[in-house]
Design a protein around this ligand. Structure first.
Ligand SMILES: NC(=O)c1ccc[n+]([C@@H]2O[C@H](COP(=O)([O-])OP(=O)(O)OC[C@H]3O[C@@H](n4cnc5c(N)ncnc54)[C@H](O)[C@@H]3O)[C@@H](O)[C@H]2O)c1
Length: 343
């Protein structure tokens, strides 16, 4: 039986705690939070689970196997480092950390200590993203031309991190996972209206080689609640709308083709309008799939899909986007990562 602790049981961490409490193959040994009232609220929900405000209780317990860190982003690095150094396997919520060198250091420590390190890139565990990955890898969309994501709503305004670091890790991790490569450069523009210096809305453009272009729009100051990804390929186009209950994925058999024989420009390109398919997909809760994946990787001692190296690649893109934001949208090159994703 794997003993797991969840550190940080605020708005999101309590969902992680609920999942680890419910999964029969593990035991939620501790929930840890600096807020005593928050812990007291959860005492009845998780009978048999110890509650503590002291992180030290976790790292000094030889029977604890894994720490799941869902505290505020600025504390991820120190907590993850201490847990890895204490020999625990570690899951860190997104954003993994706030600096590239911190991400690289955590990967290094995990490798040195022989520990599993996983980052909460939830979309990589979404069944629709899994289907999209299969389709892209099998070239069913043809060449991917471009893609764009929208993650906007009128919601929780954070004071310590901007919309880029709060929302975009999901989209960046999904794009990198789907394309299987890193962008060559990133540009971002944004604006803060509610709190000085904390951008409420950010538009990010990622350039890849092979002329692939990706765009991400994130905001917590928007009248719509949209969680949507559109991918345009040379053969097909797809839309993943996560706000739909059942029809989350639509595949458009539409494309534009070049004609070999033409006299005028109008004849050079033919637009093709085919069927729209809505595949039936079993949509298990991505969070539960993510938690189960972490436990499997611990048991089998294998690298998670969203491992620390994936975390490094995503933090590199976010850091480049942050720098671009500060430089009024100047494109910032992204150095190819030495942490190449394992196949
Ligand atoms: N995967 C997702 O879809 C998703 C969704 C929301 C939030 N998140 C991420 O989860 C993390 C937490 O977000 P949230 O919305 O729950 O924030 P929150 O502010 O509601 O909760 C954070 C909790 O961490 C506790 N905490 C802070 N520092 C601590 C420490 N050193 N030791 C113990 N406890 C500590 C705080 O007391 C608080 O209860 C963030 O990284 C956020 O980006 C992920």
């Amino acid at each position: 039986m794997l003993n797991v602790a969840v550190v940080g049981v605020g708005g999101w961490g309590k969902n992680l705690a609920r999942n680890y409490f419910q999964i029969p193959e593990c035991s939620l040994k501790y929930v840890c939070d600096l807020s005593r009232p928050r812990l007291e609220e959860l005492r009845r929900q998780f009978p048999g689970t110890a509650i503590t405000t002291r992180f030290d209780d976790l790292v000094t317990d030889p029977e604890l196997h894994a720490c799941v860190i869902a505290t505020t982003a600025a504390s991820h690095y120190a907590l993850a480092k201490a847990a890895l150094r204490a020999g625990k396997d570690v899951f860190v919520e997104k954003p993994f950390v706030l600096e590239v060198h911190q991400a690289e250091e955590l990967v290094h420590i995990a490798e040195q200590e022989g520990r599993i390190l996983m980052v909460g890139h939830l979309l990589e565990y979404h069944p629709v993203v899994g289907r999209l990955k299969t389709m892209i890898d099998a070239h069913q969309l043809g060449d991917v031309y471009y893609m764009y994501n929208q993650r906007v709503n009128l919601g929780l305004v954070r004071e310590d991190e901007n919309a880029l670091w709060s929302f975009a890790p999901h989209d960046v991790s999904a794009l990198l996972y789907l394309l299987g490569k890193e962008p060559t450069d990133v540009a971002a523009r944004g604006q803060s209206y509610l709190r000085r210096g904390v951008e409420d809305v950010v538009f990010i453009t990622l350039n890849f080689d092979d002329r692939i272009l990706a765009h991400i729009h994130v905001s917590w100051l928007d009248p719509h609640k949209i969680r949507k990804m559109t991918i345009v390929g040379s053969k097909k186009m797809v839309v993943f709308d996560d706000m739909e209950n059942t029809e989350k994925l639509k595949i458009y058999d539409k494309s534009a083709e070049h004609n070999a024989d033409y006299n005028t420009f109008a004849e050079y390109v033919t637009l093709r309008f085919g069927d729209i398919t809505i595949p039936h997909l079993r949509i298990d809760e991505p969070l539960q799939l993510e938690c189960r994946h972490f436990l499997e990787c611990i048991r089998e001692r294998r690298q998670p899909r969203s491992d620390g190296r994936d975390g490094v690649r995503v933090v590199k893109v976010l850091a480049a986007a942050q720098l671009s934001l500060e430089k009024n949208g100047m494109p910032i090159p992204v150095e190819p990562s030495e942490y190449r994703k394992a196949a």
